[in-house]
Design a protein around this ligand. Structure first.
Ligand code: AP5
Length: 276
């Protein structure tokens, strides 16, 4: 969405990845970002059963935006593999493993990181999957191989998946969302040049950090990402449909509207929902 149609309420989304900002329903995700040796300082607990959700959808459909809102409402932790790789890319070159260095190159081109590298990182963080607060997985699984590995992990731990939410949006709107996205280099807050602009052009409202355009949001990488999605990730829709886990949600309208639509569908599916 662009221009004046964008409601002001979406500005709240800008702090979705602001690590230092305390906000209702989020935690610091230390265990996710730093690995199994780290402990989250303020692990959240839902008031009812934990939600364990997977978000599916094309690049730019708004998964990260919805994961932030669902974290606020359902208290389940937002676990994004894309955020994890981007955080690792900030490490010095000596601190990056060869596999991580290769992952950076795949990301830059818009290609998927190989399953072995992704799984190595997720498996090392399996405590986040077992966490009593639940999770909202954003960007994982992304291939049938990854989905099988997640299924095996959850079955071996006897952890049920609550639902897989598949967001759908027309391609033209997706491309607009991606090409207008700007991200704060310090706190990772997300803006959109027309739909969700910062108060001062190029500067983050929260921390004053510089806003940049992700390398994989440039036209040539967007094309590669869309192809990778169609080839590797879209088949997951059928995979989860066959397991009766899939909820398809229209990603049109404001982020708050989409979140409300998602929670209504989850409520209808589960009968009850623990909302903070
Ligand atoms: P990742 O970071 O997961 O990227 P993605 O899936 O391409 O998703 P995006 O972050 O681009 O978009 P989004 O759907 O979260 O949308 P957002 O909420 O930001 O992965 C990046 C790369 O890492 C991959 O290409 C791959 O290389 C690698 N990778 C990661 N996981 C992997 C895995 N499991 N296996 C292999 N490789 C992996 O919104 C987009 C824009 O739209 C923003 O500007 C936002 O402000 C705006 N917006 C959001 N909602 C709305 C709305 N309702 N109305 C108007 N504007 C909106």
């Amino acid at each position: 969405m662009s221009g004046p149609d964008k409601p002001q309420s979406t500005n709240r989304l800008q702090s979705r990845a602001a690590q230092s900002e305390p906000a209702q329903g989020r935690n610091d995700r230390a265990a996710w970002f730093q690995g199994s040796s780290a402990e989250c300082s303020d692990a959240l607990r839902p008031s009812g059963l934990p939600w364990r959700l997977v978000l599916l959808g094309a690049p730019g459909v708004g998964k990260g935006t919805q994961a932030y809102l669902l974290n606020q409402r359902l208290r389940a932790c937002h676990l994004s593999t894309g955020d994890l790789f981007r955080a690792a890319s900030k490490l010095g070159e000596c601190d990056r493993s060869p596999a991580m260095q290769a992952a950076m190159d795949y990301m830059r081109r818009g290609e998927l990181v190989p399953d072995t590298t992704v799984w190595e990182m997720v498996r090392e963080r399996s405590a986040c999957i077992r966490c009593a607060g639940g999770f909202v997985l954003d960007g994982f699984p992304r291939t049938l191989g990854q989905a099988e590995l997640l299924k095996q992990l959850m079955e071996s731990e006897k952890i049920p998946l609550s639902a897989v939410v598949n967001y759908e949006l027309p391609l033209a709107e997706i491309v607009d969302r991606l090409s207008g996205r700007r991200t704060c280099e310090k706190c990772k807050a997300v803006y959109h040049i027309t739909g969700q602009p910062s108060k001062v052009e190029g500067m983050c409202d929260h921390c004053g950090g510089r806003l940049f355009q992700r390398e994989d949001d440039l036209p040539e990488s967007i094309k590669v990402r869309m192809e990778a999605y169609e080839r590797s990730t879209a088949p997951l829709i059928e995979f989860y449909q066959s397991q009766r886990a899939l909820l398809t949600i229209a990603a049109t309208g404001t982020p708050d509207e989409i979140c409300a639509r998602t929670i209504s569908a989850l409520v209808a599916r589960a009968g009850t929902v623990a909302i903070a």
